[in-house]
Design a protein around this ligand. Structure first.
Ligand code: G6P
Length: 612
């Protein structure tokens, strides 16, 4: 949601900025724009629509400035239009600002500025920021050493809400100021040039060295120097972090879409996530440990996340409960944060977020901490906000995930959560050793089994061809297969725009069966040998009513009644989601392709939901 790019160096900024915006497209947006510092002041080029449209704007090729900021906007205040697109300038054209986030008190700020004679030309909350900066710049900062930075800081003191902002100043053309509060922003360090972005992949081809700003920290950048300040404008020292991702991992690499590439990257992502954690010895995490004494005090585990990450929690709840004998609740972060949850120092809260920037998940984490719970963040992005808020942090190693619909991050999260549950069980001694050894061995076998699960594309494609014009689909499963049904249904909705619902198979007769009629598609997941017969009976009921059926199973089912049966390799029931989701990811992908849709950037969705 909204993307920010910045460049300060010796090269022409505009192509670098546009290129960066193209790489942030997956975050979701409806308009785009850039501002550069030219000989005669700040020049802005912007419009609604795709980033590529910027190339068509009159005069864009004449920009020569080497300092610039850029933005993709996801409309919140005011419709998508040229006027509402970023960057925004103050009335005197002295400051240009791009902003990611929401200024909650913008009405108040706008009235205040109007009373001081400022006019507004957009409906956005953002336009208050450059004007507020200008107000302070002109007002009372004569004594300050760095008027530009001091004015930005004064303006930020007045802002309520979330923001990551970049600011250009006409009078200080060789610098820019950036600051963040509850919105993502990273600074890439180059040689005689520096880069800013909402996330790492957009500037990975330029540098692997990053600075991560904490809330209300300011950076004052030139091409050769970056100075960091705390909220009192005292100079602070920040460490540079080197990121192991390579630039090629953020490219399509011959695949038609990022989603397909990421589906096929799952064996590697799982292998990397397992890393050196599993062997015949007890599990050890490199940068994280909990004591047996502490774990023994835990009465409940909460797993909290949004979207697919929440489904990873549902897919591993059983592992924690069965192996560790601790009750687990899985909760949607946006619900948890507003429900006054029963959390105490005897609760362990695990937060999962691929991006590490999801606003609801971060707010839920802050709430849990304030109630005394210990918190663990599981994220795919080193140094992301959530990892800096939590007491402990563990990483999935899926590499950059660009497609909006999450695939390799999900299976990596499932893998890591299973490892975490085994780690707890080893410490607590709540499970028999042979059960844990077998599970660890099965985890090590998973990358190979995922490779096998990726092989049967023809049958998946042929079922997708048969049903892609349908408007309703249902996913059924029992136990852990129900968790996979929820994720498969979400995947289909996200990228095919087909209405779909997931039900615990036993619930069919309590309502959804009323919707089954000729031609409705019903997809069932059956991996638990003890429950297969029961789910088959449910599927029989929908076949009788004319449904088209697809079965995903690791059981020896060969039944002519079903339209298609997809066989996946066998594994422990607890780990089966990591395999059973694979054909269903491919199914959604091929449906979306058949419908001619944009698989990687589905309508209305954002990869990183950084506002509420
Ligand atoms: C958005 C994305 C989903 C993702 C969810 C949580 O809705 O479109 O794919 O699962 O956010 O994202 P996170 O980065 O916190 O895992």
């Amino acid at each position: 949601m909204c993307g920010i790019v910045g460049y300060i160096g010796k090269q022409k900024a505009s192509p670098i900025l546009i290129n960066g915006l193209l790489r942030l497209e997956y975050r979701g947006y409806d308009s785009a724009g850039i501002a550069t510092i030219e000989q005669n002041g700040i020049t802005i080029m912007k419009d609604k629509g795709r980033v590529a449209n910027l190339y068509e704007l009159d005069g864009i090729n004449n920009l020569t400035g080497t300092v610039g900021i850029a933005h993709t906007r996801w409309a919140t205040h005011g419709k998508p239009s040229k006027e509402n697109s970023h960057p925004h300038m103050d009335n005197s054209n002295s400051f240009a600002v791009v902003h990611n986030g929401i200024i909650e008190n913008y009405h108040e700020l706008r009235s205040f500025l109007e009373s001081k004679g400022y006019s507004f030309y957009s409906d956005t909350d953002t336009e208050t920021i450059p004007n507020l900066i200008h107000y302070y710049y002109e007002k009372d900062l004569e004594a300050s050493d760095n008027k530009f930075l001091a004015a930005v800081k004064k303006a930020c003191d007045d802002l309520k809400g979330s923001f990551a902002i970049e600011v250009l100043c006409k009078d200080d053309p060789e610098h820019m100021v950036v600051v963040r509060q509850d919105s993502p922003l990273v600074i890439g360090k180059g040689m005689g040039e520096n880069y800013i972005s909402s996330d790492i992949p957009a500037i990975l081809s330029f540098t692997k060295d990053f600075y991560l700003l904490n809330d209300r920290e300011f950076a004052y950048l030139s091409k050769d120097k970056i100075q960091f300040y705390n909220n009192d404008l005292k100079l602070i020292v920040k460490e540079v972090k080197s990121i192991e991702w390579n630039a090629a991992s953020a490219e399509k690499d011959g695949y038609d879409d990022f989603m397909l590439k990421e589906i096929y990257e799952q064996p590697v992502a799982i292998r990397e996530t397992i890393g050196a954690k599993l062997n015949e010895k007890k599990i050890v995490f490199d940068d994280f440990s909990l004591s047996k004494e502490y774990l023994k005090t835990i009465q409940k585990i909460y797993i909290i996340a949004c979207g697919t990450a929440m489904h990873a929690g549902l897919g591993t709840r059983n592992t924690f409960e069965q192996l560790c004998n601790i009750p687990v609740e899985v909760e949607v972060a946006s619900e948890f944060r507003y429900k006054n949850p029963l959390v105490s120092e005897k609760t362990l809260c695990i937060f999962i977020s691929q991006s590490g920037e999801t606003a609801d998940t971060i707010a839920a984490l802050k709430l849990a901490k304030s109630k005394g719970a210990r918190t663990i963040a599981i994220s795919n992005v080193i140094g992301s906000s959530i990892t800096r808020e939590a007491d402990y942090c563990i990483y999935t190693h899926a590499g950059p995930e660009i497609a909006v619909a999450s695939t390799k991050a999900y299976t990596s999260q499932l893998t890591l959560l299973n490892i975490l549950a085994i780690y707890f069980a080893e410490l607590l001694e709540t499970s028999e050793e042979n059960i844990l050894t077998e599970l660890k061995q099965e985890l090590l076998n998973l990358p190979k089994k995922v490779e096998l699960a990726l092989k049967d594309v023809a049958s998946i494609k042929s079922f997708a061809d048969m049903v892609y014009k349908e408007s309703d689909m249902f996913f059924l499963g029992r136990g852990i297969d129900y968790a996979v049904a929820l994720e498969a249904s979400l995947k289909l909705k996200e990228i095919s725009y087909i209405h779909s619902d997931a039900y615990a198979a036993g619930e069919l007769k309590h309502g959804p069966i009323a919707l089954i009629e000729n031609g409705v598609t019903v997809i069932s997941i059956m991996t638990n040998p003890d429950l297969v017969e029961k789910t088959i009976s449910n599927v029989q009921e929908v076949i009788t009513r004319g449904a088209k059926t697809l079965i995903v199973t690791n059981q020896p089912i060969e039944d002519k009644r079903f339209d298609q049966v997809i066989h996946i390799p066998e594994t422990s029931t607890l780990l089966s989601p990591i395999l059973s989701i694979i054909p269903l990811q491919l199914f959604s992908y091929y449906i979306s392709k058949e419908k001619g849709l944009d698989v990687d950037k589905p309508r209305n969705l954002a990869k990183s939901v950084t506002v509420e």
